[in-house]
Design a protein around this ligand. Structure first.
Ligand SMILES: [Zn+2]
Length: 159
């Protein structure tokens, strides 16, 4: 890429390190023309195929806005949503796939959302898994109850 200071078309890598999660590489670069230093972050491209067939880059913001609707009126903060979106991105990137469909994203959202807020989880699951009867809700709630027998991490959060 061009130097952001003088637009020189070349740069030299002076340092390169992998992020803690192993999902991106930061490169410290120096322009041989003006000496300016800048950082680039390299991540594998990750695309989402929407139901309409449109392909767009994965976006944490899109994950957050999808989950935000399910969290209306619930004690869930924007910071919680940001952490959830980050978890989802890490989960889907760890599959090694470069292209996912919205179903796979939805699936990756269910786990962390359940940890965050069970009511929001039920709302999200009812839309995402297309619940169409009370029985669907009942079996999802039964599943939650069954898992309550062992202490869930969400209880530590004071929910
Ligand atoms: Zn330069």
């Amino acid at each position: 890429m061009h130097c952001p200071f003088c637009r020189h078309p070349d740069s030299r890598v002076i340092d390169s390190r992998t992020s803690d999660d192993g999902l991106s590489i930061r490169r410290r670069r120096q322009c041989p023309e003006c000496g300016g230093r800048f950082t680039t972050i390299e991540t594998a491209s990750l695309n989402v195929i929407k139901r309409s067939g449109v392909i767009e880059p994965f976006s944490r913001e899109k994950v957050m806005s999808g989950v935000r609707k399910a969290c209306q009126g619930r004690p869930v903060t924007e910071a919680d949503l940001a952490v959830l979106a980050q978890t989802v991105e890490e989960t889907v990137r760890q599959t090694g796939a470069s292209q996912l469909d919205t179903n796979e994203i939805g699936l990756a959202i269910l786990g962390p959302l359940r940890e965050l807020d069970e009511v929001a989880y039920l709302r999200f699951a009812s839309v995402y898994q297309a619940f169409d009867s009370l029985e669907d809700f009942e079996s999802a709630i039964e599943q939650l109850r069954a898992d309550h027998v062992r202490p869930a991490p969400s209880e530590a959060a004071g929910a």
